[in-house]
Design a protein around this ligand. Structure first.
Ligand SMILES: Cc1cc2nc3c(=O)[nH]c(=O)nc-3n(C[C@H](O)[C@H](O)[C@H](O)COP(=O)(O)OP(=O)(O)OC[C@H]3O[C@@H](n4cnc5c(N)ncnc54)[C@H](O)[C@@H]3O)c2cc1C
Length: 427
């Protein structure tokens, strides 16, 4: 049997996930076509942050628009003006960067240009896979064929199947870029998490906690984003906006110029890993690659795309391999047992944190960031081995307050089932 598809791969989508995998596949000298509802050069809507060490290790520091050395969080209850030790900032002692979205996009598009990538605009509506070829039909009736389809159409993928989970933890954010009557943070600073809650009254503090993620963008411009880490059902944008306004008002800060408002951002954090037996593969948000504890994706895309592309290319060397056989090799490279185990632990962890009340959460993060830098950084970037991850979690558990320990120990709802996935990963 010789495969009859004229193209090797059909990538669906043109977000960061699609571009990352299309670029990596084209470096493998495969022939690729990509189909997306949007143009590959259309601006992306979000702000993509990343740790400095990650971009350095990838040799991609030049893709950053900003890089901060002064990186901090606040896990105390109130203002830093008080000298109460509890309220002093936690210094991260690690650089943090913000991607220049345009440059990141061009980086991947240039890599695509050096290979053989053909772009099509359209909406994929139907998929048929037989033993030789995968065929996608668009809403306007065109048919595109390839040996393998990669579904990178985001969090609600068009074709990729996952086990349905009822309670998806959703991160929600309300962000603004603007100028203020006084500086909302120290000059040149980046704040990963400001969990101070002295702007909330007793009742408000019983509601699900939120934190401020903030950047000094230079020239008196600041990006401030009120964020709910992950919650089911999610916090609404109205609540987040109100929280941000309360936070600013409490510190006597007024917006003097509103340059940009980020609305309607919902990020599913604990999506289950897709069914690894399907004859297509996924990449990006579609394939549960978002880090369940941080919501980050881009570092993982950059690290994992070449590995997956290599596996697909190797599988395609066998001219008789069916789409299903090629997909199987791709899935094994994307979600090896080690990563599935870690994913299970992260999902278990976010489930726990969703139940924590405000004080518990502040104490949890305080202990977490007291771990040695390599441990918390490796945890947040998903770069630890399973054993190192377990070790980091155990170290944190030992040093955490009793309030946090109790929260971590008591098993509720589906937590035992989620932990079981660590012992015996799905698929
Ligand atoms: C508020 C927010 C903040 C984030 N912050 C960070 C961060 O700081 N750092 C980080 O690393 N990550 C961050 N992320 C996570 C992640 O990087 C983004 O969500 C990312 O955009 C997901 O990329 P994707 O390519 O998988 O999906 P998407 O960006 O959603 O792209 C999907 C693509 O598929 C196309 N498409 C959809 N349906 C079809 C169809 N039927 N046919 C053809 N094409 C279709 C769309 O047009 C689009 O091009 C954040 C996410 C959110 C929501």
């Amino acid at each position: 049997m010789t495969n009859k598809a004229s193209m090797d791969v059909l990538v669906l989508g043109s977000g960061p996930g699609a571009l990352a995998i299309a670029a990596a596949l084209s470096k493998e000298k495969l022939t690729i076509q990509a189909l997306s509802a949007s143009e590959p050069s259309d601006p992306w809507p979000y702000t993509y942050g990343i740790w400095g060490q990650e971009v350095d290790e990838l040799g991609l520091n030049h893709l950053l628009e900003h890089r901060w050395k002064n990186t901090v969080s606040f896990f105390g209850e109130g203002s830093t003006i008080e000298t109460n030790k509890k309220n002093i900032e936690t210094k991260h002692n690690k650089d943090y960067g913000l991607f220049d979205k345009r440059r990141l996009q061009e980086h991947w598009l240039n890599e695509c240009k050096q290979g053989k990538v053909e772009w099509h605009k359209g909406i994929a509506v139907n998929l048929q896979v037989n033993k030789e070829v995968s065929t996608v039909t668009t809403a306007d009736g065109r048919k595109l064929e390839a040996r393998l389809v990669v579904d990178a159409t985001g969090y609600e993928p068009v074709f990729l199947k996952s086990e349905a989970e009822e309670e998806i933890a959703v991160q929600t954010c309300y962000g603004i870029v603007g100028r203020f009557n006084k500086s909302p943070m120290n000059k040149g600073q980046f704040i990963l998490m400001d969990y101070r809650c002295d702007h909330l009254n007793k009742n408000q503090r019983k509601e699900p906690p939120t934190f401020l993620y903030a950047m000094d963008m230079g020239k008196d411009r600041f990006f401030l984003e009120e964020t709910s880490l992950g919650l089911y059902p999610p916090l609404t944008l109205e609540v987040l906006k109100e929280r941000l306004n309360l936070r600013l008002a409490h510190r006597g800060i007024e917006i003097t110029e509103l340059e940009h408002e980020e609305l309607g951002l919902f990020l599913p954090m604990n999506k289950p890993i897709p069914d690894l037996n399907q004859p297509i593969i996924g990449f990006g948000g579609a394939a549960a690659m978002v880090h369940p504890a941080s919501g980050y994706l881009v570092g993982g895309l950059l690290r994992r795309a070449p590995i997956v592309a290599k596996a697909i290319s190797n599988a395609m060397n066998n001219k008789n391999a069916s789409p299903e056989e090629i997909a199987k090799q791709g899935w094994t490279a994307l979600w090896p047992t080690e990563l599935r185990r870690k994913h299970a632990l992260y999902i278990f962890g976010i489930e726990k944190l969703m139940r924590f009340e405000e004080e518990q959460l502040r104490e949890f993060f305080k202990s977490f960031f007291e771990l040695p830098n390599d441990q918390w950084y490796g945890f947040l970037t998903n770069t630890l081995s399973v054993m190192e991850l377990v070790n980091a979690m155990w170290t944190m558990f030992k040093t955490a307050s009793w309030k946090v320990k109790w929260g971590l120990m008591g098993m509720q709802g589906r937590e035992i089932r989620l932990l079981w996935n660590f012992i015996s990963p799905r698929y």
